[in-house]
Design a protein around this ligand. Structure first.
Ligand code: ARG
Length: 455
């Protein structure tokens, strides 16, 4: 029987029931819904809105229902429409008119808002753990590769030599900010909407502060209409998920490149690779490609909810029922991606020698050669053009800069001396970096030391 049937003179169409129902997906909020209802029932009892016996019976029965759901003994129905009414119906079936008192001084609008916030708070905490674990893995890998020299790129063209540790720490920092973003988002998730009624508050002497304390919310949302109508906390969550997926996706793009024969910098473990149904030689980095692909899907989830919300008048509108699936999907996708990504990078083989030999070619020491001339008193712009000419010459001669003879060096500038060879040695190029946060071995060791107490 529909809980709101009183005002209607005939049954709704089965097709309308099916279209309207959210139980197919909001069933996953059963725990949050029961948690919120238990707090509400306790508050009603404390405030004398229902008797303490009634309150206790409702709480006890809700706990039994929770256990039964977890034991797979409960069947939800489309007729029950959503998780809130399904649970209320179960309660009433078990304890009759006492169960019917639970919905005093609350609406489904504040019920769904509190459930969703409780759910997102839990998801945010789980994501935080996964990010923390990934950062641990990255830190460990970086520690192993402080001296692994590799090409650094801009425009995907060889630019300057760096170390793998430096490159990995770049991502470590991105994920560290992702954690900050989620932590910040959590602050706004963790405010209590419950007790707002449908939109205008209620006529009962409720205690929303008690509810906030009971449900571990940091504060009570000060305006009931806002509390039931807005989903900005979910949009913020989706933005955080999108940024993190974007970081993962960039990293995946690099790993895909690096595992090609053209780069040959890494090899994925067989356990995290797939083959081709036709080309026997293939070993494909599918996990990384899928994470990159799923990033698009998560952006879609974010845009979906932004679009749902943009034209809604105050306060609750049924459009808001469309908030859940994109959020569930984005959270599931991020958690799965973080997990598999971590496994993938902790099992891959780094081909240090290929990285190092790639760093020798591509004139990546040209900036250092220019800096060498600066140290001899020549203005940087002139040095830039001298070295540019030298590179062009080397390309035509098929030589690296450090393969030029002293005579050749001198023909470009008399300022060159024997110590140029040392100055443009790839390892020295890295060592010579002095600025804070650079790729120099010392700086990377310091960066690692600075994060050693983190997490
Ligand atoms: N299933 C609904 C949702 O997900 C719950 C709130 C329904 N409120 C209402 N006034 N119809 O948004």
């Amino acid at each position: 029987m529909k809980l709101w049937k009183g005002r209607f003179s005939k049954d709704s169409a089965t097709s309308a029931d099916e279209f309207n129902a959210s139980i197919g997906f909001d069933r996953r909020l059963y725990r949050e819904d029961i948690t919120g209802s238990i707090a509400h029932a306790e508050m009603l009892g404390r405030q004398g809105i229902i008797s303490t016996e009634e309150s206790a019976l409702i709480v006890k029965t809700l706990k039994e229902i929770l256990k039964d759901i977890e034991d797979g003994k409960v069947e939800f129905t489309v007729e029950g429409e959503d998780i809130h009414m399904n649970i209320e119906t179960l309660l009433t079936e078990r304890i009759g008119s006492t169960g019917k008192k639970l919905h005093t001084a609350r609406s489904r609008n504040d019920q769904v808002a509190v459930d969703f916030r409780l759910y997102l708070r839990k998801e945010t905490d789980e994501i935080d753990v996964l990010l923390k674990e990934l950062m641990e893995t990255l830190k460990k890998l970086a520690e192993e590769h402080v001296e692994t020299v590799m090409p650094g790129y801009t425009h995907l063209q060889r630019a300057q030599p760096v170390t793998l540790a430096y490159h990995l720490l770049a991502y470590y920092n991105m994920f560290s900010r992702d954690r900050e973003r989620f932590a910040d988002c959590r602050k706004r998730i963790n405010r209590l909407p419950l007790g707002s009624g449908a939109l205008a508050g209620t006529t009962y002497n409720t205690d929303r502060q008690f509810l906030a304390g009971k449900l571990d919310f940091d504060s009570v949302l000060p305006n009931g209409m806002d509390a039931v109508a807005d989903r900005d906390f979910a949009l913020e969550f989706l933005s955080c998920v999108s940024v993190t997926m974007m970081h993962l996706s960039r990293f995946c793009e690099e790993l895909i490149n690096w595992s090609s024969v053209e780069f040959g910098f890494i090899e994925m473990d067989d356990a995290y690779s797939t083959g081709s149904s036709i080309m026997p030689q293939k070993k494909n980095p599918d996990m990384a490609e899928l994470i990159r692909g799923k990033t698009g899907r998560v952006y879609g989830d974010m845009m979906a909810l932004f679009t749902v919300c943009k034209g809604l008048p105050m306060a609750y509108n049924k459009d808001l029922q469309e908030d859940k699936e994109p959020v569930f999907d984005a959270a599931d996708t991020l958690k799965a991606s973080l997990g598999i990504f971590r496994e993938m990078i902790s099992t891959m083989t780094v081909k240090k020698d290929s990285m190092r030999s790639a760093a020798r070619y591509g004139y990546m020491n040209a900036t250092d050669a220019a800096d060498y001339l600066v140290s001899k008193g020549i203005p940087f712009r002139d040095c830039h053009s001298i070295i540019g000419n030298m590179v062009l010459y080397c390309i035509n001669e098929g030589k690296a800069l450090d393969e030029l003879t002293m005579e050749e060096f001198k023909s470009f500038s008399p300022a060159f001396e024997e110590d140029i060879y040392e100055a443009i040695d790839v390892v020295n190029c890295i060592r010579a970096k002095k600025s804070e946060g650079s790729t120099s071995f010392d700086s990377v060791r310091k960066q690692l030391k600075d994060i050693s107490g983190e997490n």
